[in-house]
Design a protein around this ligand. Structure first.
Ligand SMILES: C[S@@+](CC[C@H](N)C(=O)[O-])C[C@H]1O[C@@H](n2cnc3c(N)ncnc32)[C@H](O)[C@@H]1O
Length: 229
């Protein structure tokens, strides 16, 4: 899809489903999403000295997990005003600051953060290499970018079950609860297309990151990439 169209479509979807997002997210993943975010933060070795920029932060679930790991300085960035409003409702507890912006153009100075995280957001970016170049620019030397994203499992039986769930059950439940006809059909379509076309590890290397590690979680349903500047 062409970039400006994709940006507008993604913004519309997340502005529309924001108030149902947390509920649907935890329901449709049976709560496993909490575990995935924890593992992603463990792989990124964060502590109280971390200065974290959580991109595509949505309603703040990754930021909350980071806070539980002792991270004190947390910044959230997202293109959806409504998702950010919900993050801001939780911000007293997170003690985080939010910025409405796109990952492809970050309004931050060079070398401002020790860590960047993106959970279930990269698939929606309209230009991943431009975003990763921006990540590199705003990270300090040896800073880490961590991406948590869906992928298609390699095992054929699990892949079939996964696609059945993604194409038949998830859109029905998602549409019924969110009342948005497009949002939860876009998710399976984008996961399949993404998995076929995008090699995140390669893009990180191409954008000048040095050490790039890839982890697979829960029978290969999701991937975590940790890339060091
Ligand atoms: C599936 S939600 C994930 C939210 C959160 N990270 C989580 O783990 O629950 C994806 C988020 O990415 C945001 N997003 C999509 N494309 C973006 C872009 N190009 N720049 C910034 N945010 C973007 C959406 O607005 C949405 O809030």
């Amino acid at each position: 899809m062409e970039s400006p169209n994709k940006k507008k479509q993604v913004q519309r979807i997340f502005d529309s489903i924001s108030y149902k997002y947390d509920f649907l997210n935890h329901l449709l993943s049976a709560g496993v999403d909490f575990y995935w975010r924890k593992k992603a933060i463990k792989f990124s070795s964060m502590d109280e000295n971390t200065i974290l920029l959580d991109i595509a932060c949505g309603t703040g679930d990754f930021a909350i997990t980071a806070k539980k790991f002792g991270v004190k300085k947390i910044f959230g960035a997202d293109l959806s005003f409504n998702m950010l409003s919900l993050f801001n409702n939780k911000a007293d507890w997170i003690k985080g600051k939010t910025t409405e912006c796109v990952a492809e153009f970050l309004p931050f100075k060079n070398e401002s953060f020790t860590n960047i995280t993106v959970a279930f957001g990269v698939r929606n970016f309209y230009d991943i290499p431009t975003a990763f170049n921006e990540f590199r620019r705003v990270l300090v030397n040896k800073g880490k970018a961590t991406v948590l994203e869906f992928r298609l499992p390699e095992n054929l039986i699990i892949k079939k079950l996964y696609l059945f769930y993604f194409k038949n059950i998830l859109p029905l439940v998602g549409k019924f609860i969110s009342k948005d006809p497009e949002a939860y059909t876009y998710l399976p379509e984008s996961v399949e297309e993404f998995d076929k076309k995008v090699d995140l590890k390669k893009i990180f290397f191409d954008c000048g990151f040095n050490d790039v590690k890839k982890y697979s979680l829960t029978l290969g349903l999701v991937q975590v990439i940790v890339a060091s500047k």
